[in-house]
Design a protein around this ligand. Structure first.
Ligand code: WT7
Length: 645
């Protein structure tokens, strides 16, 4: 790491919003006097209906945080209305369809009309402040309209990624007690359609309280219709007034719920609130991407993940930016699609995931070099550690060595960027997310909870509250305390390991808990295990991650069958189908190994450390296995591992 090459801040970033000196000054102030620092930022970045009495109050032991208490504002007003005097005709969203011949521009004035009309339609169906609305949509503009329409009337959105199965959707609708769902007939990605409405119909069989389902006719496919409950989005919305006054919300009123996986149990509903979230989303967008007036910015994430929330919708719009939303996938019609889109819409800032970069790199440089990409000024990555080879390719081939790369570390729970380079301030080291954002105080801890000084490796924790911090796990505050604030008292525990080098750069090494990161999708090993054991032939299952060239991590399943069960040729397919049904296609096992038994301690705890090593084929590093209840199990697993690839 110390020998990592250093890429200096380029000449054309000397006038960036944040210069090296400014970073030092602002960071120092944000730590020395957080209240004064954040009060200034809140005044600069947001329009308020009423000001705050206190900037911040928090207590990590109780998992409590309050920012800008007693203040009031409206998110959709800040993202739309206040820009209208200057930007009514400026493009808010460029929407690029899956079909390369199809794109649309939506101005800020049009956005306001669409959002108000939908907000009025929601009101007409009885949606009130505080009610939860489930959004299960493809990457179409209506996804952004729906989110913003909720914020306009104070409803709380819960966006569910369109790749989740009916079963997973049902769990999320029930957990948040949503009564209204907004969906589409089908989504189209890479030329293939997914039946979203049919998925919703299946999910709603188990959700008797859902009384309204708005359906966007996206592909015009014939779909089943439940009278009274189902409403055609266009037919309903088009009748509505385009005037809907934004409701003043308290700073700590809930803004959205977003489900994410943990190391145990069902996915948890991460709750974010209004002011702190919006402030940090707006600020990180402007500073991390050094966004300049008039630039076109493109984040390839799906709105079903937090990246889509903060960096397709809220961060860009709060800054009056032009945000590109893409319906499709980077490899359709071929692996040159992203670079074509960049030329077509003159994209200046491009933000994507390492898994996409590796997948495109594997297709060869021809797809890249046939495009110009001359509009590009800055590149970004998010979602998992980026390996230096992928970084160098992104930098040299895609960016032609003229665009800095911001590697942004953060989580659904942190809401917005926490560790990132700032392109005008940070010399880059490939593979390092570099330094903390303003107001973020990090520490690395040893196993015993003591802080590591200077260079070293340990558990990554945050020492004090930040505005876009998770406020609770919906309906289960104790779980918030147990998951994030109990391992090490007085700290927020990230679940990641990290190294700090002699220059103070942070290098995220990955999860230290039982959470997988498969193509940037977060998944609990326990969720996959629960799906596998539903099969009547399966007695026990243990799931671990293993290094995968494109996906970052693959899903490795050890499956123990019932005593008299036989492996027939269908069993593997049946198990894959179960994961698909319970979670969705993103949870497809890469390798299933039949295990006569699992390595367990004498108290019955599965030794995942050993299973991980076997999955990685790193059998020389198995460590001490003598404490196992039955050490001979390991030998069999190692032997069988060799025959799998
Ligand atoms: C986990 C959070 C952040 C939005 C998308 C994922 C990993 C995220 C990085 C990065 C290394 C990263 C961490 C984190 N992660 N960004 N730049 N470098 N690791 O959000 O689904 O909540 O996952 O993703 O392990 O804990 P998420």
């Amino acid at each position: 790491m110390s020998k990592a090459p250093l890429y200096k801040v380029p000449e054309n970033f000397r006038d960036a919003h944040i210069t090296p000196q400014k970073y030092q000054e602002m960071y120092q102030r944000s730590i020395d006097d957080p209240s004064a620092f954040w009060a200034d930022m809140a005044t600069d970045f947001l329009d308020w209906d009423q000001t705050w009495s206190r900037v911040v109050d928090y207590n990590f032991c109780k998992g409590q945080a309050q920012w800008f208490n007693d203040a009031e504002l409206n998110v959709s007003y800040n993202c739309i209305d206040r820009h209208l005097p200057k930007r009514a005709n400026q493009t808010a969203f460029i929407w690029e369809g899956d079909d390369p011949d199809y794109s649309v521009s939506i101005s800020y004035a049009e956005l306001k009309d669409e959002v108000c009309k939908l907000a009025n339609a929601l009101k007409a169906r009885g949606v009130m402040k505080g009610d939860r609305v489930c959004i299960y949509l493809p990457m179409i503009p209506q996804a952004a309209y729906a989110m913003l329409a909720c914020t306009r009337i104070g409803a709380v959105h819960s966006v569910v990624f369109g790749g989740f199965s009916p079963e997973a959707l049902k769990d999320r609708i029930l957990d948040a007690d949503c009564r209204v769902v907004i969906t589409a007939d089908e989504s189209t990605r890479g030329g293939k359609n997914t039946p979203l409405k049919i998925n919703v119909d299946k999910a709603l069989e188990g959700c008797p309280d859902v009384h309204t389902c708005f359906v966007v006719k996206n592909t015009q496919k014939d779909i089943p219709w439940v009278e009274e409950r189902d409403l055609c989005y266009y037919d309903t919305v088009n009748w509505m007034s385009n005037d809907c006054p934004p409701v003043s919300m308290a700073a700590e009123d809930p803004l959205f719920i977003l489900y994410t996986s943990g190391s145990t149990g069902k996915p948890k509903g991460v709750l974010h609130t209004t002011a702190g979230y919006l402030l940090q989303a707006a600020m990180t967008f402007k500073y991390t991407f050094d966004y300049q007036e008039g630039e076109v910015y493109w984040c390839t994430a799906d709105v079903g993940w937090v990246t889509g929330h903060s960096y397709i919708v809220y961060g860009p719009l709060c800054n009056g930016a032009t945000s590109l939303m893409f319906e499709g996938v980077p490899t359709y019609p071929d692996a040159g699609r992203c670079w074509e889109i960049i030329d077509k819409h003159q994209v200046n800032i491009f933000y994507t995931a390492p898994t996409a970069i590796r997948a495109l790199q594997a297709q060869g440089d021809e797809f890249v070099v046939r495009s110009s990409r001359s509009s590009l000024r800055l590149l970004g990555t998010v979602g998992e550690p980026i390996n230096p080879e992928a970084w160098e390719w992104y930098y040299h081939v895609v960016g032609e060595a003229r665009c800095p790369i911001v590697d942004t570390w953060w989580q659904t729970e942190t809401g917005t960027h926490m560790i990132t380079a700032l392109p005008g301030a940070t010399d880059l080291k490939p593979g390092s997310a570099s330094f903390p954002f303003f107001g973020v105080q990090l520490a690395l801890l040893n196993e015993d909870g003591s802080e590591i000084d200077g260079a070293g490796s340990g558990y990554l924790v945050v020492k004090s509250s930040w505005p876009s911090q998770i406020r609770t796990i919906y309906g289960d505050h104790q779980r918030l305390i147990d998951t994030y604030f109990s391992h090490y008292k007085g700290y927020y525990f990230t679940g990641d390991g990290a190294t700090r080098d002699e220059d103070g750069y942070y290098w995220i090494t990955g999860r230290v808990d039982d959470v997988l990161n498969v193509s940037g999708h977060r998944m609990g090993t326990a969720e996959v295990e629960s799906a596998l054991v539903l099969h009547q032939k399966v007695a026990e299952a243990a799931v671990v991650g293993f290094p995968h060239e494109i996906k970052g991590q693959g899903i490795y399943c050890y499956v123990t069958l019932m005593d008299n069960a036989e492996v027939d040729e269908n069993l593997r397919a049946e198990l894959i189908a179960l994961c698909n049904k319970e979670i969705g296609p993103i949870a497809k096992p890469d390798i299933i190994q039949w295990a006569p038994g699992l390595p367990k301690t004498r108290s019955g705890k599965i030794m995942r450390r050993i299973l991980r090593k076997i999955a990685e084929s790193d059998v020389d590093a198995l460590g001490d296995i003598t404490t196992l209840a039955d050490p001979s199990v390991v030998e069999v697993l190692v032997k069988d591992r060799l025959s799998i690839n």
